[in-house]
Every structure is written in structure tokens, then in C-alpha cells.
Write a protein that binds this ligand. Structure first.
Ligand SMILES: Nc1ncnc2c1ncn2[C@@H]1O[C@H](COP(=O)(O)OP(=O)(O)OP(=O)(O)O)[C@@H](O)[C@H]1O
Length: 712
């Protein structure tokens, strides 16, 4: 009958609990001798009765060697037969557990030989009724086993060195095959058996002992034995814990003796086990030698292989470097290629555009050539006709030359005539009088008319230059002028008499036009006028530019303008953008010629610039008010036009000035009721006008002394 691991019958399989025997262990721990267990009596008896196996069946050495190859540590030995009485060393034994089974009594009923299965955790108990071959003196030990993944933990042990004996038998897969079950065994967590395959070593229903496994118990007083399946479940039949004898097992030295670990002396070894151990050692030493020589060969091979690897790595590094350089070169080439591709694309585009343009140009040229050919054909015909007319052409050329000569002669005569005209024009002006006085009477203003004022001027003799002042019904008082303008005469008529003087200025003569009269009589209106009704100033400059334009082929003119104001005998530059601390003064440059050093001379190119200049001057002019005329100016405003002329034919240069003056009001002091600053202003105005009158009188009477200085 074969044992089966599952499902076991309740009577034959116990659950996986820890079942320490407190009685045994407490007694063992409490007593002075830890081996003083009741069940050890059975062992003692067994030892006494022990007798050599009459028919020992020595295990094949191959099987032992096979089992030893699974032992990872030095020291343990293998027995391929069951436990015999002769092997029992009761003096050393602390505990013998019948794994998976119950307690077994020895020859003395009072003492157990093996304790029942306890101290385990996990696994199941199994047993078999089949015969255990080579089962030794206690085959029932191998009829039961703990089966599965399980652990044994033995507590309460005195610290020190112990030996463990493990008893195995394959009682489940008794017919194999090899490798159906293999497992590891760890003692105190150190693996001592690796992939133990009991069937492989001894076959089914045969005992296998692994003896003398060393274990050290520390202060925790415990030994743990872990069984871990590699393939299938592990199983164990018995565990024996033995106290290490006082003299520990010595390492074998020479054949038949061992080296004591404590005293390092040779100890005689005579037991068959020790002999076998020595044999194994010799065998392993040979194997070690062989392995060492193989290892050396392999080391040399490794060394060579390593050198090869190193040289290969160096070559690999070199190749990597080369590859990197090639990649960099490739990148550079790609960039250059991209740039050149772009350039090529642009060139290609330009080429296409140029091609189109050239095609259009060629087409255009072809059309033109065609037209020119037609024209050339016509011209050929005309040329043919002209060839006949060449004699007439020569005559014509002669005639043109004669005309050119005649033109040059006429041109010379024209200039001579122009010079004469200029001279005669100015003689005429002088004949009219170097000093001419015109009188203009303005119309009554609306305020004056609505206030009931009446005109007291008689214009009956106006055409002859006479005006009469009707004075309260008595005989009228008559005054004579070079010309009288009635209120009906407009600005253009007033300017008509000033116009010839402009020609004189451009011919190089100095001219002065000024307006004189009481406040509010129309001086400013006459000289400046308004934007819609321009006065003498604007019209004069307009005429200047007009004549200059007419003469531009023969004379170039350079015209500049200054505007100044005389107020309270102080000169102020009305074109200066910022007030100057320097006092301006009139200097006499020659007889009848004056200038003001430092004054702004604004160069004007056309009449629009002139108007801007006149407006600037007009805005800057000092204006106040008094009770005669609210907007009357109390300063003399003087506009000076400087003309520089260059005759392009004969190179003559002239400089001349035209003064256009708007004098301050000439009313009498008593009539203005002026006081304070206004009185001072009026006094200065009257004094300057009086000096001007003296100059004019002296000029008119051709006096040898002209009192210019007082008038300055
Ligand atoms: N011929 C005219 N026709 C119409 N209105 C005129 C004429 N002359 C002057 N006036 C007007 O008379 C007023 C005074 O003229 P204006 O200011 O020219 O006098 P003024 O002599 O310059 O005075 P002041 O001495 O105070 O400068 C202005 O309103 C002006 O428009």
C-alpha cells in the first residue's frame, strides 16, 4: 500500500500545528543536564542492546557521493541505510522526533525512544505500511513523514554547539522517477542541503540519513529547520538533535588521523566513517586540483579574451570617433548642401524671372524693329526726296545764319534800349519829383455815421490834387498834393501810383514810402491792408517778384525782408524769435543810406513767404488803446525790402532798398488827453514826426544840410 499525501485519513494525518512537548523541554531546560529526559532511557537501553547489523548492506559509494554532492557545508556525512542501535549515542541525544508519526517506545516501556511529531509548523503527516528496505533497527521511523512546506523550530535549548541528524525516505513516489521530488533544507537559515532528491540517491522505501549537521544555538535557545520544495513537496521522517561532545570533531589530517580544531594536534581516526571521510577528502582534493588547473586554464583564456575585448573596445572607440567625425562632416556637408540648394533655387527663380523679362523685352524689341523698319523705309523715301532738295537746304542754312546774326544784333540793341528805358524811367520818376505827397481820405466809419458825423472834406478839386476843408460854414481851407484819393478810391488805385517805384527799386534805386496822419485815419489800412484787401506793402512785394520773374533770363534777384518797430525811441526787431538784450541802433552807411546792425533779414523766395513775414511782424507790433482810436498803434512800423541784383549779360551788381513805413498817429497832445505813459508815448511820437518833417522839408528845398541825425 502506497502512502498518498492528500487527502489523508484523519486518523493517519495530523494538522500542521506546533506541538512542543513542554514537559520534555521544561524538564530539559530546568535540569543541570539537558540530556536528562525520560525518553532518553530508551536510547540508553537501545545502546546497551545494540549489536552490529548481521547483514549490513553497505550503500553503494556512488549513492553516497550523489547524496554528498547535495550537501553545501563541510562536516555532514551520509548513510544510505536505516538507523541502527550501534549508531545511537544516547549521551549526546537531546531530542529525536518521529516526523509525521507518533512516539515510539524502546525496549524499556517507561521511556520513549522517539518522541511524537512536534515542534513543526506547516505540512502534513503521512505514513506508509509498505516495507522499508534496509530500514535498520527502527524501520517504523521511516514509515511516517512530515510532508509539504514546513518548518521545525526547537526552543528552550541551552546555547552552544549541536549536531542534527536528518532521516529521509521516499515513501510516496516509491517508483520514482528521479527528479520527481527535490527540496532544500536550511538550518538556522543557512542552506545545508540543496535540491535533495532522496529517490535519486537511494530509490523508493529506502532510508537516507544525513548526519552530523552542525548547528549553533545562540541566546534565543532555538534551532530552526526549514524545508523548502524545489520540485514537489519536501518530506522528512525523523530529526535527531544531539549535543556536541566536549571535544569537537576534528578536521581530518593525514590518513587515519584528524586535526583538532582546539589544540591543532593530530587525533587518531579509526572509525569506518572517518576512513570514508578521509577518502572523500582525498577525492575532493583531487577534484579541487583538477578544478584549480581548469580554473587556471580558464583564467588564462579569460585573460586572453579580456585583452581581446580591450583591444576590440579600443578599436570600437576608434571606430566610434571616426563615425562621429564622419557624422559631423556629414552634418557640415548637409548644411553646405542646404545653403547651396537655397542659392540654386534663388538663382533658378531669378533665371526664370529674367527669362520672362528678356522674352518680353525681345518681343518688344521685335515690335520696335518692325516699326523702325517701316519708319526706315519711309525715311528712305523721304531721304530720297531730300536728296533732291539739298541745294534748297544750303540756301536755307545761309538764311538761318543771317537770321541768327540779326538776332544777336537785335539783342544788343535790346539791351541798349533797356538801359535807356531804365534811365528814362528813373528820369521820369525824378521829374515827377523825388518826394511826392499823396493824400487819402477814408470814408466815415459806421460808428461815425451813426453818431451823426459828417464829412468836412471837399473833393471838387481832387483830380487836380486839391482838397478843401469846410470849416463851420466859413471859407474853406484848401490844400494841394501830388494826388488826392477820395473815399471811393480802393487799394489798387492807391497802389497804381506806387507801382512804378518798384521798377526803380529793381533797377537799383532806393525808395521810401511812408504813411503819415492822425490816429485812425487809415495809415495801417493803406500800408498793410487786410487779407482780402491787400495794402501797399503786399502789392509792392507781389510786383517785385512778378518783375523779377519776367527778368529772370537777364537778371537774378536776391530779396530779403526786415521788419522793425520804433516805440518810445526804442528799436525792436519784429522778426526776432527771442528778445535780444542788445539795443538796436540805426547807423548811417552813407549819404541818405542807413542800416540797423544785427536786425533779422528774412530771405524770401515767393509772395507766400512774404505774407508769412508780414503777418509775423504785424502780430509782434505793439498795440495799445487810447480814447481817440481803440486800436490805434503808437509805434512806427518799418518794412525794409533789400534787393540784390546781378545782370547775367554784363555782370553788373546793384543793391537797393525799399522802405515801407507805417508811422504812428500824429494827433496833438492836447486832443488825446493823454497822461503818464501815454503822454510820454505821444511826446516821443510827435518829436520823431517833427524831426521827420524837418528832413523832408530840407530834402524838398534841396537844402545843403539834411538833418538826418535828429530824425534817427
Ligand atoms: N480807405 C478806407 N476804406 C475803408 N476803411 C478804412 C479806410 N481807411 C481806414 N479805414 C478803417 O479805419 C480804421 C482805422 O484805420 P487804421 O487803423 O488804418 O488807421 P491808422 O491811421 O493806422 O491808425 P493808427 O495811427 O492808430 O495806427 C480801420 O478800421 C480801417 O479799417
Amino acid at each position: 500500500r502506497r502512502a498518498t499525501p492528500s487527502p489523508p485519513s484523519s486518523s493517519r494525518i495530523a494538522g500542521g500545528e506546533i506541538h512542543p512537548d513542554p514537559t520534555h523541554l521544561s524538564r530539559g531546560m530546568e535540569g543541570d543536564d539537558p540530556m536528562d529526559f525520560t525518553w532518553t532511557a530508551g536510547w540508553e537501553a537501545a545502546c546497551v542492546d545494540a549489536s552490529p547489523d548481521p547483514d549490513p548492506d553497505p550503500a553503494p559509494q556512488e549513492a553516497e557521493a550523489e547524496a554528498e554532492s547535495m550537501i553545501l557545508v563541510s562536516g555532514p556525512r551520509v548513510a544510505v541505510s536505516g538507523l541502527r542501535r550501534a549508531d545511537c549515542r544516547a549521551g549526546e541525544c537531546v531530542l529525536f522526533v518521529n516526523a509525521g508519526g507518533c512516539a515510539i517506545q524502546g525496549d524499556h516501556p517507561s521511556a520513549n525512544l522517539f518522541s511524537s511529531d512536534s515542534f513543526f509548523q506547516g505540512g502534513e503527516s503521512i505514513e506508509t505500511s509498505e516495507n522499508i528496505v534496509q530500514g535498520g533497527d527502527y524501520p517504523s521511523l521511516y514509515s511516517s513523514a512530515r510532508y509539504g512546506d514546513f518548518t521545525y523550530r526547537f526552543d528552550g535549548l541551552a546555547p552552544g554547539d549541536y549536531y542534527l541528524d536528518l532521516h529521509f525516505a521516499e515513501i510516496v513516489h516509491t517508483a520514482g522517477p528521479t527528479g520527481i521530488r527535490s527540496f532544500d533544507v536550511l538550518v538556522q537559515q543557512d542552506k545545508i542541503l540543496s535540491q535533495l532528491d532522496v529517490f535519486k540517491v537511494v530509490g523508493g522505501n529506502r532510508p537516507l540519513q544525513v548526519l552530523d549537521i552542525r548547528a549553533f544555538v545562540g541566546s534565543n535557545g532555538a534551532i530552526t529547520i526549514d524545508f523548502k520544495g524545489v520540485r514537489g513537496n519536501p518530506m522528512v521522517c525523523g530529526i535527531c538533535i544531539r549535543k556536541s561532545p566536549a571535544t569537537p570533531a576534528a578536521k581530518l589530517g593525514t590518513r587515519g588521523s584528524g586535526l583538532c580544531k582546539k589544540c591543532l594536534t593530530d587525533v587518531e581516526i579509526s572509525s569506518p566513517i572517518q576512513k570514508r571521510t578521509a577518502k572523500l577528502i582525498s577525492k575532493y582534493e583531487k577534484q579541487i586540483e583538477e578544478l584549480t588547473s581548469q580554473c587556471n586554464i580558464k583564467s588564462d583564456e579569460c585573460s586572453m579574451a579580456w585583452s581581446l575585448v580591450e583591444s576590440t573596445n579600443q578599436e570600437l572607440d576608434r571606430l566610434k570617433m571616426e563615425l562621429h567625425q564622419k557624422l559631423v562632416q556629414t552634418d557640415n556637408f548637409e548644411q553646405v548642401l542646404d545653403t547651396q540648394t537655397d542659392q540654386l533655387r534663388k538663382v533658378s527663380q531669378n533665371y526664370e524671372n529674367d527669362k520672362k523679362l528678356w522674352a518680353a523685352a525681345i518681343s518688344n524689341l521685335e515690335r520696335k524693329i518692325k516699326a523702325m523698319k517701316q519708319e526706315q523705309a519711309l525715311l528712305s523715301l523721304e531721304a530720297h526726296d531730300c536728296a533732291h532738295a539739298i541745294p534748297d537746304l544750303s540756301k536755307m542754312i545761309e538764311a538761318v545764319r543771317a537770321l541768327v546774326a540779326q538776332c544777336d544784333d537785335l539783342k544788343m540793341k535790346y539791351h541798349e534800349e533797356m538801359a535807356k528805358r531804365k534811365k528814362l524811367h528813373n528820369i521820369v520818376q525824378e521829374t515827377k519829383g523825388n518826394i511826392r505827397v499823396f493824400c487819402r481820405c477814408r470814408p466815415l466809419s459806421k460808428v461815425e455815421t451813426s453818431s451823426g458825423y459828417k464829412c468836412v472834406v471837399d473833393f471838387d478839386g481832387a483830380n487836380d490834387g486839391d482838397i478843401g476843408i469846410i470849416n463851420g460854414g466859413t471859407a474853406k481851407k484848401t490844400f494841394k498834393f501830388d494826388r488826392v484819393y477820395t473815399p471811393k478810391d480802393d487799394q489798387a488805385e492807391v497802389y497804381a501810383d506806387a507801382s512804378p517805384l518798384v521798377t526803380s527799386v529793381l533797377d537799383g534805386y532806393n525808395v521810401c514810402i511812408f504813411a503819415y496822419g492822425q490816429t485812425g485815419t487809415g495809415k495801417t489800412f493803406t500800408m498793410e491792408g487786410t487779407e482780402r484787401n491787400r495794402g501797399v506793402n503786399y502789392r509792392t512785394l507781389e510786383e517785385l517778384f512778378k518783375i523779377a520773374e519776367e527778368r529772370k533770363d537777364t537778371v537774378t534777384y536776391n530779396i530779403s525782408v526786415s521788419v522793425l518797430e520804433v516805440y518810445n525811441e526804442q528799436i525792436r526787431d519784429l522778426l526776432a524769435t527771442s528778445p535780444s538784450s542788445k539795443k538796436l541802433e540805426i547807423k548811417q552807411a552813407g549819404e541818405g543810406s542807413h542800416h540797423v546792425p544785427g536786425i533779422v533779414e528774412a530771405k524770401v523766395e515767393d509772395i507766400n513767404e512774404v505774407w508769412d513775414v508780414l503777418q509775423t511782424g504785424s502780430n509782434s507790433r505793439a498795440v495799445g488803446s487810447n480814447n481817440v482810436n481803440e486800436h490805434s498803434s503808437r509805434s512806427h512800423c518799418m518794412l525794409c525790402i533789400m534787393v540784390r541784383a546781378k545782370n547775367l549779360i554784363n555782370g553788373d551788381c546793384t543793391r537797393s532798398k525799399l522802405w515801407l513805413v507805417d508811422l504812428a498817429g500824429s494827433e496833438r497832445l492836447a486832443k488825446t488827453d493823454a497822461q503818464g505813459d501815454r503822454l510820454k508815448e505821444a511826446q516821443n511820437i510827435n518829436r520823431s514826426l517833427s524831426a521827420l518833417g524837418d528832413v523832408i522839408s530840407a530834402l524838398a528845398s534841396r537844402s545843403s544840410h539834411i538833418p538826418y541825425r535828429f530824425a534817427l
